[in-house]
Write a protein that binds this ligand. Sequence first.
Ligand SMILES: [Zn+2]
Length: 414
Amino acid sequence: MKNNKFHYKCNDCGAHYQPDEVKYLCPVCAAKNTLSQPPKGVLKTVYNYKKLIENNTDFDALKENDFLELSPIQSTKSLPNLRVGKTPLYQQKSIDKKELPFNVFLKDDSQNPTYSFKDRASAIVSAYAKEQGFDTIVAASTGNAGSSLAGICAAQKQKAIVLVPESAPKAKLTQILMYGARIVPVKGTYDDAFDLSIKATEEFGWYNRNTAFNPLTIEGKKTVSFELFEQLNYKVPDRIFVPVGDGVIISGVYKGFEDLLKLNMIKKMPCIVAVQSKGSANLIHNINKEEFEVKPSDTIADSISVDIPRNFYMARDFIHKYKGEVLAVADEAIIQASGVLSKNSGLFAEPAAATAFAGFLSYFNDQKLLDNSNNVVLLTGSGLKDLNSVQEIIELPKAIEPSLKEMKKLLEII
Ligand SMILES: [Zn+2]
């Protein structure tokens, strides 16, 4: 099916491509890529903004049509019959009984079908694959993208092949298998799995969902920005705290608001805070460097544990262009933040998502948030996906005899 509603623009050299011409990276930039550097040539999807402005299209009209004018797919009928996105936004009014002088909202994307933000990308990629006649989709994943692809493909009657590094948490691998996907554990890191998946795509003619390779994952991820704008009563939040690994989610959040900016539907961009784990902060370390330097990752936040951020250049460009901020938080702060979040909100987030909340807490403690400002924390995945990481802050009591006396002792009721 020919698709004339959008084209691609290379983030690095600016070349334009039609979607039937190039599917993944800009071939000119990609030819110079090496395994030790972040890839260049990630494509940005560009729509006919001028036409939409001329037609006086407003936000509500876009919403009425499920934002199809800003989507690479032809019809919403190609999407899975699952509720993807449209996740709740909860205001958190106090923390540890302290009233907050500003507004903070928690965007709970663990409410997606496979319990993570990644479903936004998988749904669009799967729908596009369907329209283009692909029946097999492959992805490399540390877990969430893979379980997401597996679940969405199950709903869509498509085949999913997921390459995972052997260290991926068992809960996520279990989820992938339960959805009926084929799993390929790969010795080495996420990057090794990523490179093998690209070779397999070329060899077998499958469609590839890899982030920062397939440009459409960003188009799926950007839908969160449209939702935030609407849920905040057509206001752009002052700050959004986003967990960052390979830089695709943050690029998705930027892209959604940038689309609205190009359509004159918003006047300013939000300040987006890229929060990384100190044990895997390769985007932050390199944000102002000429030459990219890799530091090996070691963090409990497995979803954002990345040696080479695959979407480094686009994320960096967005952060520079729209004056974003960056912050690295220690693993201990992530685990603590996870507990504070759960106890105060009733939301149980995985470590990567708790990283964003840890970033918010750091800003709060340093009094960097203005009174009455609107702040959002993007919670990208459910804590049930990685129960091991929080074991150190919980203590499971030993069983007692079934007597009130022992129960009182355990609960310290005098
Ligand atoms: Zn290029």
